[in-house]
Structures are given as C-alpha cells and as structure tokens.
Design a protein around this ligand. Structure first.
Ligand code: UDP
Length: 414
C-alpha cells in the first residue's frame, strides 16, 4: 500500500467565525450529499511546497463533512524524482530533451506502474496532484473510480514535447483542474476541465493568529534585529522563485535603506532533488553579509516560525519568475503584511487593486518598490489591510472545498 499521511478530523464550524456569506452552509450541504464518498488525494511529498500545505488542511475538513478522505504519497527513487522535477520545470516552460529517450520514459512508466499496483481500489474518486503521479490512471485500467488530475503549476507555455507526452496520460482522466483558465494548454482534449484557485487555512499553525511579541521573540532568537527593517522571502529552494534576484533586489534596496535585513526562509521537499544545489549556492552568497539570513525546515524553522516571519517582517517579497499560485503571497497578505511579488502565474489573481502596483517585472523594479514601501509605512499598512480583504473574500479553505466538492458531485452523478 502507498504511504497514507496520518491526519485527524477537522471542524468546519470553526470557519463560521470568518465566513459569513453562507458558504459554510453550502459546504456542509455538499458534504451531506456526498456523505460516505471515498476520496483519495495523491501526490509525491508529504511536506515542503504548496500541495502538501493544501492537503494537510483540506483532508481533515473533508472528513469533518462526512467524506472518507485520505491523502497518499507515491514512492520513487532518486532517478524518478530527478526526472519528475524536470517534468515540473518543463510544464513551466523549461526544455527537457531527455523526454524523448526510452530510458527516461521507462523510469517514469515503471515507477508509476509500481505505485498503481499499490493503490487501494476501494475509492470512488482519485485526485492526482501534479505531473509526478500523472500516469497512475493509465496504469489502473480496471479502476471504476472517477479520476481527476490537478495541475498546480503554470502550464500556460509548457515544453511541447513534454506536454505531448503528459497530455496522453491526462486525457485518460475524467477531469482536469487548473488554477486559472490561462494555464490550460490549448490542445487538451477532455470532457471536463475546471479551474479553481488554491486557498490557505486561516486556522493552521502557519496562519493562526500569534501575538506580536511572540513573533518578535522568535525572530530575536534567530538573531534578527527587530529595531531594523526586515524583508523576507519564504519558498522552496527553486530557480523559479528567483532567490538570487531577491538577493540582488535587497542589495540595491540596502543602498537606500542602510540597516535593511533579508531573511530567505526555505524548505526542502522529498520530491525536489534540485533544492540542495540551490541551497548550497544561496548559502555561499548569504554568508558574505551579516544582514542576510538563510533558514530552513532542517534547522527547525517550521510552520510556527514561518508564521512569525510573515507577521513580523516589514515586507514579504516573492520575486518568482513562474508561479503556479504562490500560497506564500496569500499567507503574508492574510497577516496584513504587504507583499512585493513577481508579476507572473497565479500571483496577479491575489494582488489586485492597489496591490497590483507592487507586482514587479525586474530586479530593479523590485528594489524600487521595496524602498518605496519601507519609506511609506502608511502605504504599507494600507496594502496589508487590502490584501487581507482579498484573501478573506477569495482564498480561504472553505471556498476551495466548495469548488472541489462541486466538481466531484458532477463527476459522480454521471
Ligand atoms: N513553506 C514552508 N517553509 C519554508 C518554505 C515554504 O512552510 O521554509 C511553505 C509555504 O509557507 C507555503 C508552501 O510551502 O505554504 C509553498 O507554497 P507555494 O504555493 O508558495 O509554492 P510551491 O512550493 O507550491 O511552488
């Protein structure tokens, strides 16, 4: 059997404290209609990155609605995950010539076949997240379940050869889900293609309210001087997050804001072998400057610490050059911390209104906006408030649960 992530049952009623538009009643009613449905989410890592973050909150809530929801993880060797990271990169547009090689396809096929054999057939619906396990449906030809492929990356301009390879697997699904319509490759032929944006859990350890003095102490314990301004980027060690661009922008901004500090908070995921090299290269840069910090889940920086950084930083930066959605943007805005972020992928969905002026297309622009916000505390405060409103309205977990159950209802009704 595949590894099942150990989780309990959530409490949907708690969300009534925030959500007052009848959405919780709608979600509860969908749960009643689908009561007892056996649903399995599948992905390739139990921690590190947005999908794990989504599932850790979504599964307990689905259970609280009466859905028999589970989350299982595929297995794979290093070679498999090296190839699947290239598939992930290729969906975001990076070339991956090796996809033509028989040996590459053999590794992908063999690993997916092995995982498919371990699948528990007693589920009504499988939701398969991202490209790593995409071929599971192909290798489960006798399955009576409904199958949904959920794409979390910006697949608007995929490498054509990789997309052609994946497309054939995806077209065997009952439905595919993308974060926005712009990400749906034009030649995808599937009866049901839905769009739904991800969401954050306002009550998770990462996002729950913590008092300011606790945040300050957490940062103080790490050696950050809270008397001086601090900007933070939180993300996997991944080239699409442009961590070196963030460092360059920080250095430019520091010319105008002399005491400025930068924290690069990152995490490693079991399905992301490239993270180590990026971490090593970043560490070499960061060590040159006592005002820069690099922190990770390996040195004990977990959800609570990320929460503290997102709350206590003067600004959060997310200088991505490709971004599926960017949960970190939603997380920071939820905490009323203003964000300066790359103008790409799912970020414009979140940075609307005045915040859209703080999406950037270059390192120089990023530095300029950092300085502008730091020099204008009233503006920063306003952006933070507006951000919280946007997230509250559109990007909290009950809305995502509603969208997911609405799709499932349609699929199982057929
Ligand atoms: N994250 C974390 N610790 C870190 C770096 C990232 O917990 O050191 C979390 C972050 O808070 C967010 C998720 O990982 O919840 C990243 O999701 P996002 O959608 O921003 O990017 P992805 O990793 O999915 O590309």
């Amino acid at each position: 059997m595949l590894h099942k992530v150990s989780l309990g049952v959530g409490d949907i009623d708690k969300y009534r404290l925030i959500e007052t538009r009848g959405l919780i009643d709608e979600v509860v009613s969908l749960g009643d209609e689908l009561k007892g449905l056996r649903l399995c989410h599948i992905n390739s890592t139990p921690f590190g990155g947005g999908v794990a973050e989504l599932l850790v909150s979504c599964i307990p809530l689905l259970r609280s609605l009466g859905i028999k929801a589970d989350w299982q993880i595929i297995r794979g060797d290093r070679r498999f995950f090296t190839i699947t990271k290239s598939l992930h990169n290729a969906l975001q547009g990076a070339p991956f010539k090796e996809i033509k090689k028989d040996s590459t396809r053999r590794v992908l096929g063999a690993n997916n076949l092995e995982n498919a054999r371990e699948l528990d057939p007693n589920y009504d619906v499988f939701i398969v997240n991202d490209p790593q396990p995409a071929a599971l449906r192909h290798f489960s030809p006798d399955s009576k379940a409904k199958w949904v492929w959920r794409c979390h990356v910006d697949s608007s301009q995929p490498d054509p050869e990789v997309w052609d390879f994946l497309r054939h697997y995806i077209e065997e699904y009952d439905a595919a889900v993308f974060t926005t319509g712009d990400f749906i490759p034009q030649d995808l032929r599937l009866n049901k293609v839905a769009t739904m944006a991800p969401a954050i859990d306002p009550f998770s350890t990462k996002n729950m309210f913590i008092k300011r003095y606790v945040c300050r102490e957490v940062l103080g314990n790490i050696g950050i001087d809270r008397q001086r301004p601090l900007i933070t980027q939180v993300s996997r060690f991944d080239r699409w997050k442009d961590p070196f661009g963030t460092i360059k922008a920080y250095r430019l901004a520091r010319e105008k804001i002399p005491g400025l500090q930068l924290a690069m908070v990152g995490s490693f995921a079991t399905d992301d072998p490239e993270g180590w090299d990026i971490y090593a290269a970043l560490s070499e840069e960061i060590i040159k400057d006592d005002n820069m910090f690099i922190l990770s889940n390996l040195s004990g920086v977990g959800n609570m610490e990320v929460n503290a950084f997102q709350r206590a930083s003067d600004l959060v930066v997310q200088k991505s050059i490709k971004e599926g959605f960017g949960l970190v943007v939603a997380e920071a805005l939820w905490k009323e911390t203003p964000v300066i972020a790359g103008n790409t992928g799912g970020i414009p969905l979140q940075m609307t209104g005045e915040l859209s002026n703080y999406m950037v297309n270059s390192t120089e622009e990023c530095a300029e906006k950092i300085v502008h916000c730091l020099e204008n505390p009233a503006l920063s405060k306003r952006l933070g408030r507006q951000g919280k409103e946007i997230i509250t309205r559109n990007f909290l977990m009950p809305r995502l649960i509603r969208d997911e159950l609405t799709l499932i209802k349609k699929l199982v009704a057929k």
